[in-house]
Design a protein around this ligand. Structure first.
Ligand SMILES: [Zn+2]
Length: 340
């Protein structure tokens, strides 16, 4: 998760965090940064699926192994190269062919698994693999990378109408450079029917009042603790966002697979009035008019280890992380099996 991008208008909750310059393509609001999403329950329901989906199950052994292997500082060229090699090895072991997108500031990795219906489009699931300096980035964002790797393993041989693309972005922390390069490439963004970004999905807090909110947040949180996962999406693609509500119900109905409680927040106007909602790799896709969601534990609004040397595996809530990863897997599977 990147730092607050509108320094003079940032929310109270972000005041203690350092500031970076926004990439040139990100609009900087002139006036307010009031966090004003629409209430979730007013959003249209997603299309009904005909029968419950038989969701695969995240392997806790594999996902925690990935988390432990990736939780090192991934800031310098050689550190990021080491992370890339780990990702490539894991993808290849799962039968994927890895491609590289080189851009001026770094290297993105991605892979494709074709669907059965070439007209049904592609779902992209992605996470950034770089860290800030001096942080091992267990939550930020080894949790996201481990989740995308496990989804790649579980869905490699599953036949679905839509194609699956997975991607691992470089240089998110320095200004979303990897996702800007990816979304800016016509070929790589072609046919995308939805983008899911996982960025910090493994931290929970269980003391009442431990979760902070931006000022004037007009929604009712599901809990007075920080024990839920947040999914934000652009208000122009509500069925994509609402998939994250519907799969929870389906999972419970079918196999009682554990998923984390979810708060979905639609963001109007591509976040121009809410710059704190533009701090990760979904934002460049919004600017291209592509539906995208960010799945997050809310970063510095909850996690005191945000961008610190203490962002280590020991501070990850294992059950919460597993439930968040399962939620992303269920949503991805649902979207892949949809024709619309
Ligand atoms: Zn970050």
């Amino acid at each position: 998760m990147g730092m607050t991008i509108a320094p003079s208008h940032r929310n109270q909750a972000s005041l203690k965090h350092p500031v970076s310059s926004p990439p040139a393509t990100i609009p900087t609001p002139e006036l307010v940064s009031e966090f004003s999403p629409i209430k979730t329950e007013e959003a249209p329901k997603p299309p009904e699926t005909s029968s419950p989906i038989d969701f695969p199950t995240i392997s806790s052994k594999r996902i925690f192994t990935d988390l432990e292997n990736l939780a090192f500082e991934r800031y310098s060229e050689s550190q990021r190269e080491q992370a890339r090699q780990y990702i490539i090895d894991q993808l290849e072991a799962a039968g994927w062919e890895t491609q590289q997108q080189e851009f001026e500031e770094g290297i993105n990795l991605y892979g494709d698994r074709p669907g059965t219906d070439p007209d049904a489009g592609t779902i992209l699931v992605a996470a950034h693999y770089d860290t800030v300096a001096f942080s091992p980035g267990a939550d930020d964002n080894a949790t996201g990378v481990a989740t995308v790797l496990e989804i790649a393993r579980l869905l490699k041989n599953r036949e679905t109408a839509r194609s699956l693309r997975v991607a691992f972005f470089d240089k998110e922390e320095s200004g979303l450079w990897g996702s800007l390069a990816f979304a800016g490439n016509e070929q790589l963004r072609a046919n995308l029917k939805g983008v899911i970004i996982a960025d910090m999905i493994g931290y929970a807090c269980h003391i009442p009042g431990c979760q902070s909110y931006p000022a004037n947040l007009p929604i009712t949180p599901p809990s007075n603790k920080g024990d839920f996962i947040v999914v934000i999406g652009d208000a122009e693609h509500l069925p994509l966002l609402n998939t994250f509500n519907s799969v929870k119900t389906e999972a419970i109905a079918s196999k009682n697979i554990h998923t984390s409680p979810v708060l979905t927040i639609p963001i109007p106007l591509k976040g121009v009035l809410t710059p704190d909602t533009l701090r990760s790799d979904h934002a460049p896709f919004w600017y291209q008019g592509i539906g995208a969601v960010l799945v997050t534990d809310t970063a510095n609004l909850r996690n005191p280890h945000y961008h610190q040397p203490t962002d280590v595996v020991e501070n990850i809530d294992r059950e919460f992380f597993l439930g968040s990863a399962q939620l992303i897997l269920n949503s991805t599977t649902t979207l892949l099996e949809s024709h619309r």
